[in-house]
Design a protein around this ligand. Structure first.
Ligand code: HEM
Length: 394
C-alpha cells in the first residue's frame, strides 16, 4: 500500500476516493487536525464508515474522541489533570516490571508469538489505570477485538472470554448468543457494545462506593458522571489497547527489517517505530462548512479522511521516508494525531514501547523472525495478529 499511497501523494495532496476525500500530505493532514471548527469530529464521528444507525451515531458522539470544542475541552481538561507526568511516572515503574516479566517468560520458551505474548502489557496497564480487577482484563481484550477487528472475521467472531469476577459475569449475561455456527449474530457488534457498557456501569457504581487508588477513582471523586465514565471506559478500552498491541509488534517488525541498524537511544528508536509502522492508519472528520483544501473544493457535510500512514512518509518532511532509521531526528510523525485530539495516552504508549524494547535489548540473545507475520484485515489499524520469533545467539 505504501507504493500506491506514494504515487497518489505525488499527484496531489487531496483526492476524491469513493464517498470521502483522502488527505495524504503532512501539511494538509496537520491543517485538518488543528481546524476543528471547519473539520468536525462530532458531525459524523471519526471513522471512515458512518455509524450504522442514528442511535449508533448518538452513542459514538458521547465519547470525547467524537466531540468538538468547547464540550471536548471540558472533558479533556479533567483527564489531563489525571494524566499528569507524575501519574505516568508512577505507572512507568510497574510497566517496566511487567514488560521484563512478559518478555523474559516468552523468551524462555525459545520460540514464541511476539504479538500474542506482548498483548498482555497494554491490558495490564489499562486495568491498573481503571482499577479493573486483573482477572477481567481478558474481557477488555475480547471487546476491543470486536470493536476494531470487525472487518476481519477471525476477530469479529471471537468471543472467547469466560469467567472473571462477578462484574464480568453480570455484564456477559447480556451478551448476544452466538449462532449455530458458533459465530456472533452480527460481527459489527461495535455499534451497541451493551456488555461493555454494563461492565463499565457496574465498575462505576463500585468505585463510587469504595474508591481505589487508581486514576479513574480520582476522576469520579471529581466532576465525572457515571455516564461519562462509561464513555471513557469504552474509549480507553479500545484506544489504549488495540493501538499498542499492533504498535509493539510493528516496532519489532521494524527492528527485524534492519537488524544491523544500531539502537543507541531507545526513545528515538520508539518514535521511528511509531512513524514507520503507523499503528492507526487514518481518522476521519466531516466538513462543517464549505472550504478549500489542497486546491480542492470541499462542501459542508462531506467526509475528510486524514491518512497518517501517508503523511508519515511524506518526503517533504522525512528524508528517505521508507527507511526505518532508529536514529532519525527530528521526527515529526503524526502517529498520535495533532491538535486538540492529540492522543491522550501518548506518554503511556511511549512508556510501554520503551519498556518492551528495553526488555528485548536486555535478553541474553537477539530475537529473529521464525516465520512470516500474520496481518489483520483492516483499513483502520495496521494490525499484527501473529509474529513468530525465536531467541538466537547474538
Ligand atoms: C486519541 C493514536 C495509545 C488514549 C488518539 C488519536 C490517535 C491515537 C491518532 C487521535 C484521534 C483523532 O484525532 O481523532 C494512538 C496510538 C497509540 C495510542 C498510535 C499507541 C501506539 C493510546 C493509549 C491510550 C490512548 C495507550 C490510553 C491509555 C487515547 C484517547 C484519545 C486518543 C483517550 C482521544 C483524545 C481526545 O479525543 O482528545 N490516539 N493512541 N491512546 N488516544 Fe491514542
Amino acid at each position: 500500500p505504501h507504493a500506491l499511497l506514494a504515487e497518489l501523494r505525488e499527484q496531489a495532496s487531496v483526492h476524491r476516493v469513493g464517498d470521502f476525500w483522502a488527505v495524504l500530505r503532512h501539511a494538509e493532514v496537520r491543517h485538518v487536525l488543528r481546524s476543528p471548527t471547519v473539520f468536525s469530529s462530532h458531525l459524523g464521528g471519526t471513522q471512515v464508515r458512518d455509524p450504522a444507525t442514528p442511535e449508533a451515531l448518538r452513542y459514538v458522539r458521547r465519547m470525547m474522541l467524537n466531540q468538538d470544542p468547547p464540550e471536548h475541552t471540558r472533558l479533556r481538561g479533567l483527564l489531563t489533570r489525571a494524566f499528569t507526568p507524575r501519574a505516568v511516572a508512577r505507572l512507568t515503574e510497574r510497566i517496566e516490571g511487567w514488560a521484563r516479566e512478559i518478555v523474559g517468560r516468552a523468551a524462555a520458551k525459545g520460540e514464541f508469538d511476539f504479538a500474542k505474548e506482548v498483548a498482555d502489557l497494554p491490558l495490564l496497564t489499562l486495568a491498573e489505570v481503571f482499577g479493573v480487577p486483573v482477572e477481567d482484563r481478558g474481557l477488555l481484550f475480547d471487546w476491543s477485538n470486536r470493536v476494531i477487528g470487525y472487518e476481519d472475521t477471525d476477530y469479529a467472531a471471537s468471543s472467547a472470554f469466560t469467567g472473571g469476577t462477578d462484574l464480568a459475569r453480570a455484564a456477559l449475561a447480556l451478551r448476544p448468543a452466538p449462532g449455530p455456527d458458533g459465530r456472533m449474530p452480527d460481527p459489527r457488534t461495535r455499534d451497541g457494545m451493551p456488555d461493555l457498557y454494563a461492565y463499565a456501569h457496574g465498575l462505576a457504581e463500585r468505585k463510587r462506593r469504595s474508591p481505589g487508588d487508581d486514576v479513574m477513582s480520582a476522576l469520579m471523586a471529581g466532576d465525572v458522571s457515571t455516564e461519562e465514565f462509561e464513555n471513557l471506559f469504552w474509549l480507553f478500552s479500545v484506544a489504549g489497547n488495540e493501538t499498542l498491541r499492533n504498535g509493539i509488534p510493528g516496532g519489532m517488525i521494524a527492528l527485524l527489517s534492519t537488524p544491523d541498524a544500531p539502537v543507541d537511544d531507545l526513545g528515538t528508536a520508539v518514535e521511528e517505530m511509531l512513524r514507520w509502522w503507523t499503528p492507526v492508519m487514518n481518522f476521519r472528520r466531516t466538513a462543517a462548512v464549505d472550504t478549500e483544501l489542497g486546491g480542492r473544493r470541499i462542501r459542508a457535510g462531506e467526509k475528510v479522511v486524514v491518512w497518517f500512514s501517508s503523511a508519515n512518509r511524506d518526503p517533504r518532511v522525512f528524508d528517505r521516508p521508507d527507511v526505518f532509521d532508529p536514529a532519525r531526528r527530528p521526527n515529526d510523525h503524526l502517529s498520535f494525531g495533532h491538535g486538540p485530539h492529540f492522543c491522550l495516552g501518548a506518554q503511556l504508549a511511549r512508556a510501554q514501547m520503551r519498556a518492551v524494547f528495553g526488555a528485548v535489548a536486555a535478553l541474553p540473545g537477539r530475537l529473529v523472525a521464525a516465520g512470516p507475520p500474520l496481518r489483520l484485515r483492516s483499513t483502520f489499524q495496521n494490525g499484527v495478529k501473529s509474529l513468530p520469533v525465536r531467541l538466537a545467539a547474538r
